[in-house]
Design a protein around this ligand. Sequence first.
Ligand code: SF4
Length: 449
Amino acid sequence: MSQAMKTGQAPKIGLVSLGCPKALVDSERIMTTLRAQGYAFSRDYEGADLVLVNTCGFLDSAKQESLEAIGEALSENGRVIVTGCLGVEEELIRKTHPNVLAVSGPHQYEAVVGAVHEHLPPVPNKFVDLVPEQGLKLTPRHYAYLKISEGCNNRCSFCIIPQIRGDLASRPAASVIGEAERLVKGGVKELLVISQDTSAYGLDIKYATSPYKGRQIPARFYDLSKELGELGAWVRLHYVYPYPHVDQVIELMAEGKVLPYLDIPFQHASPKVLKAMRRPANQEKTLDRIRKWREICPDLAIRSNFIVGFPGETEEDFEFLLDWLEEAEIDRAGCFEYEPVTGAPANELEGIVPDEVKRERFERLMEVAQDVSINQLAKKVGLTIEVLVDDVEPQANRAIARSKWDAPDIDGQVIVDNATGIMPGDLMTVTVTDSDEYDLFAEPVTKAN
Ligand code: SF4
């Protein structure tokens, strides 16, 4: 068991990146994915639970350099995963260094991330994980997670993230935009912006500007969203809280620069429960705010998550939540039954809700959420929309795609029939013919690319 697993700290990876700029992009993509899954990075061998060596195999001298780098990582750390161009010569690597944990070739992101999971499992926390557990298995190349900050300044009573990852630490805007641009150049069609609190981006660095292509870009939620929206990919915003400054970003959605989609983990609606949870923006009049957002951007989809059975939650609080969910027309809702997390202040709260009550509330909430989802999706029938294809079933002549209202792994899908000559990663224009609880059904109009 790694040190990280024993202590509940973020597991740490050391990265040695050799070779050309393409290999560097690969390293960055691997880092982005792993960072989004809660891994941290160590600058030295000593502090790492495992070392990843991204190799180059273009020239004999580069091969030699790669083999030496693997040897050094093995002697300094002992736990080494090899990827990159030299990975195609697995036999040579294993003959020279029989103790490497895993070997994969260039651009094999899923294989590398899979090997890391196998040898250094992530520390999961279902209330606050940025990437859903089912999303850990692979990130297809046409979408990528873009982490804009680490840590969090909030102190929600059920959460230990700030204890583990510290206070908010935002990346400079130029670094985020540079990474996003490289991802888009590498074929990524959808950028999923994540952090623990996306709307707080830049607060810690006082919205400092950084130079990007001769311009100074402030580290501010609105400016960053606008810049990302210029890159020609779908931009989806996760983990936003309903602060007033979010209104401006909704305007970017109305202009089509950013997807009309907001993932806001409300967790509850009852003011009393929100206060006990110490949620950010718990004083805001969220229903008014959501109404205003929908006036600005009528096709905005809201995804949210809720916790039922939080200590002190009464039947009245819970019914308040159900009414609110209907009134707010939350398009996509996820729900968890409250469970204490070791070290979280909420464990001291009174009013434990019995397990059977939690279960019953979970089922009631999911029923209401499903009704809302059915109604919201039925409104889309007859529309012509753009979708991004995640998968194809050639035998059935079917494409499994997503609309701008669906994030991968957590939301619904658009099932496109009569889809010939379509590949994962294609954008298509389709007409929606039907809907059910969570998914849309469609026929192609054209394939965009
Ligand atoms: S916003 Fe709250 S739940 Fe999310 S990471 Fe910060 S403290 Fe945890």
